[in-house]
Design a binder for this molecule. Sequence first.
Ligand code: DAH
Length: 345
Amino acid sequence: MLNDKIKQLVETCIARISNIDEMSANDLQKIKSESLGKNSELQNMLKSMRDLSPEERPAFGQLVNEARKTLESAFAEAEAKMKEKVLNEKLQKETVDITLPYQSVSCEERGHLHPVNLVANEIMDIFKGLGFEVLEGPEIETDYYCFEALNIPKNHPARDAQDTFYIAEDIVLRTHTSPNQVRVMEKKQPPIKMLCPGKVYRSDDDASHSPMFHQIEGLVVDKNVTLCDLMGTLETFAQSLFNEQTKARFRPSFFPFTEPSVEVDLTCSNCGGKGCKLCKGTGWIEVLGAGMVNPKVLENCGIDSTKYTGYAFGMGLERIAMIKYGIPNIKLFFENDVRFLKQFR
Ligand code: DAH
């Protein structure tokens, strides 16, 4: 009689777990603990073994064990099926319909580069094509890198608190990108061909000056570098940036870190040199400062000035962008008025 009961127990249990499609993982766990757990009928039967005669016990014990094994393997199978079912349901639920049309962002709302970045990228591309590498430097500088090493003496007006933002007695916001020339030359022996773009700061504020603006610095140091190399490179650069007809004019100037120094004008990109409002009727527009690196600066950086010469140049990016795009006021770059910015898309 007990045998029949065990058989029936096994059959009922197997029948219960056979419709796995209709149950959850929790349902299955519940049936398992009801069938094999501490308070299950099978366990109770084992307990009732003590009421049997010693002769009956071994056969009965074997039967219960077999029943348990059968159930355990039935549950293992059901659990594997359940795992697969749960995974399939999850995959089904999380399917992404890649055929749905995407929500397009209109041209009006799409982001784009700021005009200063556009010009910086264009300038860097031109010089990279000429073999220059881009090496950036810190915006917070020491007096030494910003002035002293560049041969700008203690009493030079550039050091005046009216032009320079001082953070501490010997720490400034860099007023130009030139200090990075020194940093690069200190670390590297020639040949050097580098470009340094970045923010610079000066206490200056009107339609063509802003307390923060951007410069790009260039430096070439090698054997036999001459002023002709500088002139040729800058004219090639100007023709790539504006147009083939652009000409460069070099006027004598003075910078403590270059000797000789030049101021570079380009033929006005607006009128082609005929004279217009933009170039104030002269046909020329001043765009940058340059010169042959002062031997004192080379020596300050540990470069032998009897063996090597170099040229350097520095230009304001906003100024170049103003000329290139005909922008009348530098403030437009920093107000972030989208009506202005979106014209450069
Ligand atoms: N540092 C100068 C300035 O901010 C620009 C400049 C002039 C940089 C001549 C140079 C240079 O490298 O050779 O006004």
